[in-house]
Design a protein around this ligand. Structure first.
Ligand code: FUL
Length: 626
């Protein structure tokens, strides 16, 4: 706890008291968390929530706005999203790895920090480690003498880029994984190496994915100890996701919430008792409401735990040959829906097998930078006055406002309306709830004399430090499907086997993922077999989870077989895992090593993402060469 600095009036800061403002008699501020003493009333809790502020390193982190993610490792060479830890280090052999090329492209695009997967779930370490032989030291790359983290450090120094490191707690290679104290020692040793030998580290990213299944071993992580290592070795680094400085937004689609509170009742997963408290509040990282007044009334403690939106420029986190980067339109929408919704955007740009960021990704990043510069430089609004009103340049149209609260004083706005003065009358042009560090709101273009912000409700005083107006142009949409392959028509398809209700299985290839097949029963295995009506050149298949928020029944592990006569089946040599589908339930495009001629296909589901006794298929389709 620290004493509040009395409200300072800064040039652009506007302070207003609103209808809902309580008189903040004792303005004590709370840094990072606040615990409610017993008997605190709901009103007092809201007042205390208004006085919760971020730590300095959280403020610095939020100001970065754009951070880049680099997923690189053995998966780059196997084409998988989650390695199983059995990969031979021999396969790691980028022939032109150039960290300078990565950081230059990222720096040119305006990124301020880059986070590298020093170790992903497969356990392969990209640095020279004493903790395991499963690392670059055992690879042919640079005769085993290379060190990707060191290369990246050097490039970051050259371009003034901050460095962050992703170290996966889940390790599918470490023999001691599951032997909790032993693995925790190994993990601490890895963390210590990374945080001691590579200069300043600004973000440590611990992923929440964890593979312990019903048959697996249960590893109990020593989060308190991991945190201590960070605090000792890199006190300025934020601890993200499995950490209490930075929160996972809850999806991998590039979407912040419409109402994105940095002040939340959700307890960071690394803190003792987090699971029980979150359960009692019916809270989880994907929950739509993390900070409303109703929730605060039920909570005993609140955290300043701001959101980070992680999303990949490509469908997968790792580079896969047959995938393409997102369109500029998609990236522009992601920018507005992340940075513009009180979040930091963590955009993944995976280096390819050469060890370079692919040309088309470099181009797309440059396009994004240009789009941001072209659209968010020419502010048409003047300085806000004390009524939160800005004059707009004479006769100029605007369709976007960019607002910001001075978060060093907390997050206060609960609901607001932007009004435009047109022909002498104030008219509403946009309504929204939270602002936080930055809120970008678009609306049909108007040509007003002035704009004003009408705060409908807030938690105490509002400290606005940004009110800008622009006339932005969204990039045109374009087709990002991979050229050369297309989905085969399904008119002649018939179901030859389906666990449960065979009739409903047709819904799995009716071209509409909103209708789906459910295997229904708990029978094993769960099979869907189809006669495609004629022999086809099959290059791969697409499994699409059913549409909508309810993803129950989504398949996790599977086998996929083809047949020419419907009797003799051959299983395709695939990983058999829709890796990460529980977090990112996008259509899974699986390409075979070679095009196969076949008339029949059989998908066998081995388990469901949450071990439910049934599976669902929104759509199954076949990819054929065009
Ligand atoms: C997830 C991981 O399982 C993915 O592979 C990826 O690293 C993503 C950023 O986090 O939970």
């Amino acid at each position: 706890m620290r004493k509040n600095i009395k409200s300072l009036w800064i040039a652009a800061a506007v302070v207003i008291a609103t209808a809902t403002t309580m008189s903040c008699s004792h303005k004590e501020t709370y840094v990072k968390s606040v615990t409610f003493p017993e008997g605190t009333t709901p009103e007092q809790k809201v007042e205390m929530a208004a006085n919760l502020v971020p730590s300095q390193k959280q403020i610095d982190w939020q100001n970065l706005e754009l951070t880049a993610f680099l997923h690189f490792g053995v998966n780059t060479f196997t084409g998988r999203e989650w390695g199983d830890g059995k990969e031979s280090p021999e396969i790691f052999n980028p022939d032109s790895l150039d960290a300078d090329q990565w950081v230059k492209a990222l720096s040119d695009a305006g990124f301020k920090m880059v986070i590298l997967t020093a170790k992903h779930h497969d356990g392969f370490c990209l640095w020279q480690t004493e903790t395991t032989a499963h690392s670059v030291a055992s690879s042919p790359w640079c005769d085993g003498k290379g060190d990707v983290v060191a290369d990246l450090r050097k490039a970051c120094d050259k371009y003034g880029m901050k460095l962050g490191l992703y170290l996966s707690p889940w390790d599918r290679n470490a023999e001691c994984y599951g032997d909790s104290p032993k693995y925790n020692d190994m993990f601490v040793a890895q963390l210590t190496e990374l945080l001691s030998n590579y200069g300043r580290v600004d973000e440590v990213w611990f992923d929440g994915a964890c593979g312990e299944g019903p048959n697996g071993k249960k590893q109990e992580y020593d989060w308190a100890r991991f945190r201590e290592v960070i605090e000792t070795l890199q006190p300025d680094a934020v601890m993200a996701i499995m950490g209490d400085d930075v929160r996972w937004v809850g999806n991998e689609k590039g979407l912040g919430r419409e109402t994105e509170w940095s002040v939340t009742a959700l307890v960071p997963g690394i803190l003792p008792g987090a699971d029980e408290i979150n359960k009692s509040l019916e809270l989880f990282p994907k929950a739509p409401d993390l900070g409303s007044r109703e929730l605060i009334a039920k909570a005993d403690k609140l955290y300043w735990w701001p959101s980070e939106v992680d999303v990949s420029i490509r469908p997968g986190w790792f580079y896969h040959d047959k995938e393409q980067p997102k369109s500029l339109r998609q990236l522009a929408e992601i920018y507005i829906n992340s940075v513009g919704r009180n979040s930091v955007l963590l955009l993944n740009i995976p280096p390819d097998r050469r060890g370079l960021i692919a040309d088309e990704d470099v181009v797309r990043l440059a396009e994004l930078r240009r789009w941001i510069d072209d659209n968010f430089t020419d502010n048409k609004a003047g300085k806000p006055d004390k009524n939160m009103q800005v004059a707009v340049r004479n006769g100029e149209p605007v369709n976007t406002v960019v607002l910001g609260e001075d978060i060093s004083r907390g997050q206060h706005v609960e609901e607001f309306c932007v009004e435009a003065l047109i022909d002498g009358k104030w008219q509403p042009v946009a309504n929204a709830t939270t602002i936080g560090h930055k809120r970008i709101l678009t609306f049909p273009a108007v040509t007003p004399e002035a704009l004003r912000l009408n705060i409908v409700s807030s938690r105490g005083d509002v400290y606005l430090d940004r009110f800008e107006a622009y006339d932005i142009v969204m990039p045109a949409e374009m087709n990002v499907d991979l050229p050369g392959y297309e989905k085969a028509p399904t008119d002649s398809w018939t179901v030859i086997e389906a666990t449960g209700d065979g009739e409903s299985a047709k819904a799995a290839f009716d071209g509409d993922a909103a209708t789906f097949w459910t295997s229904e029963s708990g029978d094993e295995p769960k099979v869907l077999a189809v006669d495609m009506g004629r022999e086809m050149p099959v290059a791969g298949f697409v499994y699409e989870p059913k549409d909508g928020d309810d993803k129950s029944g989504t398949i996790y592990h599977y086998t996929f077989e083809l047949s020419n006569d419907g009797k003799t089946w051959r299983q395709l040599p695939l990983s058999g895992e829709f890796s990460n589908i529980m977090h990112n339930p996008i259509p899974q495009k699986i390409y075979f090593p070679a095009v196969e001629k076949a008339r029949f296909l059989r998908l066998t589901a081995l388990d469901e993402i949450d071990s439910r006794p049934y599976v669902t298929v929104g759509e199954i389709s076949i990819l054929i060469p065009q």
